[in-house]
Ligand binder design. Structure first.
Ligand code: ADP
Ligand code: MG
Length: 451
């Protein structure tokens, strides 16, 4: 591979991963060596290497291959010791940028204008979360800190957080409200470390009036980020600034989160968003339909369609919304009335997948078959790799393809603890990025199981 190839590939990668990710994660990579199908890159820290391996290795490999290089695998290693043969890309540790750089792009994430309290439909499953969010959005003296919102995917956590931010902006435009995902928090932190601007980072975060961090489970296991988050959190609480946190599970259930952080998170008000019920789903559909009616004038919606959808699509609100969007787009395209028949045709795939209740036993059986092990070994105690790995694959697929909780899955794997299941799931996630054979196996099994 020539220097040009990597240059060209980097251009493509900007398009693929976006400018920000590119600058943070790809630009600092230094191609050290390409030998027997393995492309080796130098990275500044172990953490950096892990991160790039997990998130960008596939992209990088794919782009290298399409640029004509024969690469089966990409590896990342610490700078020293590797043999630099290719382009002297960029020095690994960049010189510190001017101080203004970090403060300039105040690290908030953009708010979605549609996520307001007005557009949030309140029902039994979310009324407490909604009330707490409203309370925070009123501003005024901090009564509970933090507000911790948790619940499954697509149940409205992000929506509520954005709604709080919108409302606060409206009521007190001078207030500095910072909303960002935990991933962005980490990303900023790592960037600050790299550019030796940790002090700026600290003072920036400590200067906000309201801090909202979405999907905080993400920082579990990421030690230095956790640590920094903890300090930021404490500093703001001491200053009596409001904090709002979301996660996909309760503080106590987030694995690899330090105990002191868990207990801090539990100090305020912890509320969960329950899975939607039929009434809430119908309410959401009715509200969205108002919007679509204005977008697609003249479209006729037959009676019973919304009820049908609310009844059949129970997984999460995001999928429900997606179904409705597709339905209206399709009907307007073919210029037909939205009937039950049309709905069933147009949404066949979504309906099928929310229909099929795959059992954990089915998954275990298929996986055992595929790897040629006995079904009883799925639940048995053997720890040999050739049994343990397929077992972990089955755990992973059970988590992905069923709605069972980790403890429930654990029970069906011979009464294993939920942490064992979580470990198994993580292990497979990790290996998948490195082991293309495993990735293929999983794809195949998934196809077989979802039929
Ligand atoms: P989460 O962050 O919990 O995964 P989101 O807040 O992103 O979920 O919600 C997913 C989608 O569902 C968003 O488009 C959101 O507007 C919508 N949604 C979720 N709950 C409600 C609700 N109660 N009323 C209206 N829309 C909702
Ligand atoms: Mg979210």
């Amino acid at each position: 591979m020539t220097n040009e190839t990597w240059g060209q590939v980097r251009e493509e990668l900007i398009k693929r991963v976006g400018k920000n990710n590119y600058v943070t994660w790809i630009e600092p990579l230094r191609l050290a060596d390409l030998h027997e199908g393995v492309a080796r890159f130098e990275v500044p820290t172990v953490f950096f290497g892990d991160w790039v391996q997990r998130n960008y290795a596939d992209h990088i490999r794919t782009e290298l291959v399409s640029a004509g290089a024969s690469v089966d695998r990409v590896e990342f290693a610490l700078g020293n010791g590797a043999v630099p043969v290719a382009s002297p890309a960029k020095p690994v540790a960049k010189a510190a940028r001017p101080r203004a750089a970090l403060a300039e792009d105040l690290p908030g994430a953009p708010l979605d204008a549609r996520f307001t309290f007005d557009s949030f439909v309140v029902g039994k499953p979310n009324e407490l979360a909604h009330a707490a969010a409203r309370r925070v959005a009123e501003g005024g003296p901090v009564t509970f800190n933090p507000l911790f919102l948790y619940g499954g995917v697509g149940l409205g956590k992000t929506h509520l957080m954005h709604a709080i931010a919108h409302e606060l902006h409206k009521r007190s435009p001078g207030l500095s409200v910072l909303y960002l995902s935990a991933e962005q928090f980490m990303y900023r932190f790592v960037q600050a470390l790299r550019e030796r601007q940790v002090m700026d980072f600290k003072s920036l975060f400590r200067s906000v009036d309201v801090l909202m961090v979405d999907d905080v489970q993400f920082i579990a296991g990421k030690d230095s980020t956790q640590e920094e988050f903890f300090h930021t959190f404490n500093a703001l609480v001491d200053l009596n600034k409001q904090i709002v946190i979301s996660a996909d599970r309760a503080p106590g259930e987030i694995k690899d989160l330090e105990d002191r952080i868990k207990s801090r998170l539990q100090c305020g008000l912890v509320v969960d968003l329950h899975p939607t019920d039929y009434e809430l789903r119908l309410g959401i559909l009715q509200q969205k339909v108002e919007y679509y009616r204005s977008q697609y004038r003249g479209l006729v919606l037959a009676d019973g369609v919304l009820e049908f959808l609310a009844h059949r699509i129970t997984s999460n609100v995001r999928i429900l919304e997606g179904a409705l969007t597709r339905l209206f787009a399709f009907a307007s395209l073919v210029g037909r009335e939205i009937t039950l028949d049309l709905t069933q045709d147009c949404l066949a795939d979504i309906l099928r997948s929310s229909d099929r209740k795959l059992s954990i036993e089915e998954i275990q059986r298929k996986v055992a078959e595929h790897y040629n092990i006995r079904l009883s070994d799925m639940i048995g105690p053997k720890r040999l790799r050739n049994i343990a790995r397929p077992r972990q694959v089955a755990m992973y697929l059970s988590k992905q393809l069923t709605h069972r909780s980790l403890p429930e899955i654990g029970r069906r794997f011979g009464g294993r603890d939920h942490t064992t299941i979580m470990h198994g799931v993580r292990k497979i996630e990790e290996l998948m990025a490195l082991d293309s054979q495993l990735a293929d196996d999983l794809q195949l099994l998934r196809r077989l199981l979802q039929g």
